[in-house]
Design a protein around this ligand. Structure first.
Ligand code: BTN
Length: 254
């Protein structure tokens, strides 16, 4: 069971020193982490909950959970890299969590661009990265992750769950994430490229025919060729051009 003392234990085991906040029931761990970050909370401040009443997803969606059968947490980061690389964060976090799920004996989880954790067509987790950029620097980023454990919400179609202990999974994620984060944060090209390549190796999207929906522009159908150093999805369009997509909704067609 998650608790304040377990959060402290797994954070320390990952070699990280930061405050932790645990609540059985909260609105949104991203919201709490955001407020703490605004107040100056240090990197790796960890916020977790047993249940969220106002869980948030990407593109203003909600994130539903079944109480006590989810891992729901957010961390505050203060990457020193150029804000142009913020798109790498969800890929890096998703890659770390997909591998952590496999490490604890879970299934062959893959990453759907940009922020979904999937098994086949079913989604079992998601990542929500929110950030503030000021004076051309990242003031802070909140990386929030939700993973269905045991039972997916009945109200969410095509959802999936993994059978894993939340404390063990969180600890495994933090240990993976802590390794190499400092180089990623510094904007080292090798570290950014490495995070993108690691994501690509377990991607469910690359190599597929996809439809990308973005607000204000017609849908784009094409071949998902790769991901660039900024985390954008590179789509080969029917006219032979390459389009770098930095945000949008992706459907796997074939
Ligand atoms: C998505 O799939 O659109 C992203 C879902 C992210 C959900 C997690 S649960 C923990 C953290 N707190 C939130 O309110 N959202 C993220």
């Amino acid at each position: 069971m998650l608790s304040t003392s377990e959060l402290e234990r797994v954070l320390a085991a990952a070699g990280l020193v930061a405050p932790v906040h645990f609540e059985e029931v909260t609105g949104s761990t991203n919201r709490t982490a955001w407020d703490l970050a605004v107040g100056g909370a240090p990197e790796w401040t960890l916020v977790a909950a047993g249940h969220q009443t106002a869980g948030r997803g990407r593109l203003d969606r909600t994130w539903e959970d079944v109480a006590e059968t989810s891992l729901l947490f957010s961390v505050v980061l203060r990457p020193a890299f150029d804000p142009a690389y913020l798109g790498v964060l969800p890929l890096w976090a998703g890659g770390c969590m997909a591998l952590a799920i496999r490490d604890v004996g879970g299934p062959d989880v893959r990453c759907k661009w940009p922020n979904d954790l999937v098994v086949g067509k079913r989604k079992l987790g998601g990542i929500l990265c929110e950030s503030v950029v000021q004076d051309e620097r990242v003031r802070f980023a909140v990386v929030g992750i939700g993973v269905n454990l045991g039972a997916p919400p009945a109200s969410v179609p095509l959802s999936e769950a993994v059978d894993a202990d939340p404390v063990e999974l969180l600890g495994t994620f933090l240990t993976r994430a802590a390794i190499g984060y400092d180089r990623l944060s510094s904007g080292a090209e090798g570290a950014l490229g490495g995070a993108v390549a690691a994501w690509g190796a377990i991607s469910a999207t690359l190599g597929r025919t996809v439809r990308v929906e973005r607000p204000g522009v017609p849908p784009l159908e094409g071949h998902a060729e790769g991901v660039d150093i900024h985390g954008s999805l590179i789509v080969l369009a029917p006219d032979g051009s390459h389009v770098a997509v930095s945000s949008g909704d992706v459907t796997h067609l074939r």
